[in-house]
Write a protein that binds this ligand. Structure first.
Ligand SMILES: Nc1ncnc2c1ncn2[C@@H]1O[C@H](COP(=O)(O)OP(=O)(O)OP(=O)(O)O)[C@@H](O)[C@H]1O
Length: 278
């Protein structure tokens, strides 16, 4: 993978999101006035109680609009100063559920986006091959390329999903609790892998997590949302170098940040969803 300078910004101004209420009467306000400016290359962690609207906010950054719902209800999302009105190819998303196709090999799963209308014909078959082989080597799956998802572990499946996202060389990588279903050791391996991939291929990462330790291990910036309807409860930078050591994780500075996050979540309904894995 080659390291190339990358520059992108996401500006969210006065964001309000309402959905039709489940009982069919009125609306449910999920996001209640968020202003946020993100710039890359950086890893931005979004933390907040379950259901507070993290995924909703993240989807807006990729221009994804739920069927029949005006998104955002109020406010404006800009990518590089240009209003984002639709799904765009600057952003790709990695989900907790991998979304790998069971009928395709690892190689074909990673190459899959290039078969879609948006990408078809944009790059040559030779470049597709070069990109897929390179990213599979980078995520440590070069020797698994002929296997199918059912033959892989959870961590390996998540590597496939990460490779499929990065093969597009996005300027924005949206990660919606990507490591939430993995065991602690695999989760740590994936965190180290993500840091290495981001170093090789800098981009703007927005990463949703329920885990305070994960936010502290990965984040250049930590944004804490309040319970629904979400506002920004806290927002701070972490300047420590990556990868962050065990000693750093146990330092007074880190414990103070951990305490700061937990304090801003203390009164949150549903804060039991927030975990601490150190
Ligand atoms: N398309 C939709 N239509 C109606 N309600 C929706 C829609 N999408 C999300 N919601 C509601 O908006 C709220 C916020 O959902 P969202 O998935 O953004 O929260 P979250 O913070 O990511 O949750 P979690 O941490 O549990 O994944 C929830 O109450 C959810 O039911």
């Amino acid at each position: 993978m080659t390291s190339s300078p990358v520059s992108i910004s996401i500006q969210m101004t006065g964001i309000v999101q309402e959905y039709p209420a489940a009982n069919g009467r009125g609306v449910l306000r999920v996001i209640d006035g968020i202003d946020l400016h993100l710039e890359n290359p950086s890893i931005n962690m979004l933390l907040g109680p379950s259901g507070c609207g993290k995924s909703t906010l993240m989807r807006m950054m990729g221009g994804v609009r739920p069927f029949n719902v005006k998104t955002p209800t109020q406010g404006r999302v800009e990518i590089d100063g240009k209003e984002c009105l639709d799904q765009h190819d600057d952003a790709v998303t990695v989900f907790q559920q991998y979304a790998n196709r069971p009928d395709l090999t690892v190689w074909d799963n990673v190459a899959f986006p290039f078969t879609l209308k948006l990408w078809k014909g944009r790059i040559s078959p030779a470049e597709v091959k070069e990109r897929v082989d390179t990213i599979l080597a980078a995520v440590g799956l070069a020797d698994k390329k002929a296997m199918r998802p059912a033959q892989l572990s959870g961590g390996q499946n998540q590597r496939v999903a990460l490779a499929r996202a990065l093969v597009l060389r996005p300027r924005i990588l949206l990660m919606d609790e990507p490591f939430g279903a993995l065991d602690p050791q695999t989760r740590e391996e994936m965190q180290r892998l993500l840091l290495a991939l981001c170093k090789a291929n800098p981009c703007l990462v927005v990463f949703v997590t329920h885990d305070v330790s994960e936010a502290l291990a990965l984040g250049d910036r930590v944004i804490v949302l309040s319970p629904q309807p979400a506002k920004i409860a806290d927002d701070f930078m972490i300047h420590a170098e990556h990868p962050r050591s065990e000693a750093w994780a146990r330092s007074t500075e880190t414990l103070r940040m951990q305490d700061r996050i937990l304090t801003s979540l203390r009164d949150a309904k549903g804060h039991g969803q927030i975990t601490l894995s150190v």
